[in-house]
Write a protein that binds this ligand. Structure first.
Ligand SMILES: Cc1cc2nc3c(=O)[nH]c(=O)nc-3n(C[C@H](O)[C@H](O)[C@H](O)COP(=O)(O)OP(=O)(O)OC[C@H]3O[C@@H](n4cnc5c(N)ncnc54)[C@H](O)[C@@H]3O)c2cc1C
Length: 250
């Protein structure tokens, strides 16, 4: 058992994604299919950028990206899979025993202390100790259930925490990725899914720059924050980070 950090790999994507999107868009207007499909590489970037500016986004759905996301918590993936226009395959807590599960520890715990019945304990140590205790209880409950693989794992897992490490494969098209990034790069989004979204942006930007250059939380496209009283009030800083050349993630 150990504390882990997110690892995101872009393991597959549509080849020549920019040309593919541009061809799909041009086909809508072209009298000759051959002219639409025969793309001049130099003009693709400008054309795809223009599609984004016009909000003509359905051609972006032809390009798909597949990520392997590991070292993340079940709390994170529970939020991730709310994005419905994607495909997911996730490690099962039924088929895979979790007696020695790894876990994600919120970095915010570092440097804090817990008052444990008058005993002052470093919060990160307290958290790690809790994970050990849960694992022990999981093992004993699994034994009580007859340690019968899938049949006992599926019930013993009820004591596993949100922090439990998981591994998920996700395939998303470029249009939904833009939406996902807009929602999850916002400072209102939870820190772990925001960290994953930042890594995803770093991975897809070099592959499909005309689509992902200048993408970021939704305030970037809207020119300001729509969140009312929940605003982070950091629009200028966020704009500098995402709208042009992106700097370190917030
Ligand atoms: C900061 C933050 C806080 C959140 N807090 C909560 C919370 O407290 N509780 C909670 O339950 N969720 C919460 N969520 C999750 C949120 O409500 C959405 O479920 C999630 O962001 C997925 O995005 P989406 O609904 O835009 O849909 P996606 O599944 O990503 O779909 C993309 C778009 O497709 C369209 N679409 C997809 N499916 C349908 C459909 N069935 N009908 C019509 N249009 C559709 C919509 O235009 C949608 O925006 C939170 C999200 C964020 C970013």
């Amino acid at each position: 058992m150990k504390s882990v950090k997110p690892q995101v790999k872009l393991i597959n994507y549509s080849p020549d994604a920019g040309q593919l999107l541009a061809a799909a868009a041009r086909l809508c207007y072209a009298s000759s299919d051959a002219a639409a499909l025969d793309q001049d590489l130099a003009s693709v970037a400008d054309f795809v950028k223009k599609l984004r500016e016009m909000g003509h986004l359905s051609p972006l759905e032809h390009a798909v990206f597949t990520f392997h996301i590991a070292g993340v918590s079940r709390a994170m993936t529970h939020q991730l899979v709310r994005h419905r226009l994607a495909s997911y395959s996730q490690r099962s807590q039924r088929y895979v025993p979790h007696a020695d599960f790894d876990y994600v520890m919120p970095p915010q715990l570092e440097g804090r202390t817990v008052d444990d019945d008058g005993r002052s304990v470093p919060a990160d140590a307290y958290f790690a100790e809790t994970m050990q205790l849960i694992a022990e209880r999981y093992r004993k409950l699994n034994a009580a259930l007859g340690e019968a693989g899938e049949r006992s794992n599926e019930d013993a897992r009820y004591v596993l925490p949100n922090a439990c490490e998981t591994s998920i494969m996700m395939t998303m098209n470029a249009r939904e990725l833009l939406h996902f990034l807009e929602e999850r790069l916002c400072l209102r989004a939870q820190w772990e899914i925001r960290a994953v979204a930042n890594i995803i942006l770093d991975l897809v930007r070099p592959v499909l720059a005309p689509v992902f250059d200048g993408s970021g939380p939704k305030c970037i496209r809207l020119g300001g924050c729509p969140e009312g009283k929940f605003t982070c009030s950091r629009y200028a800083e966020i704009k500098q980070r995402y709208a042009g050349h992106r700097q370190a993630a917030p």
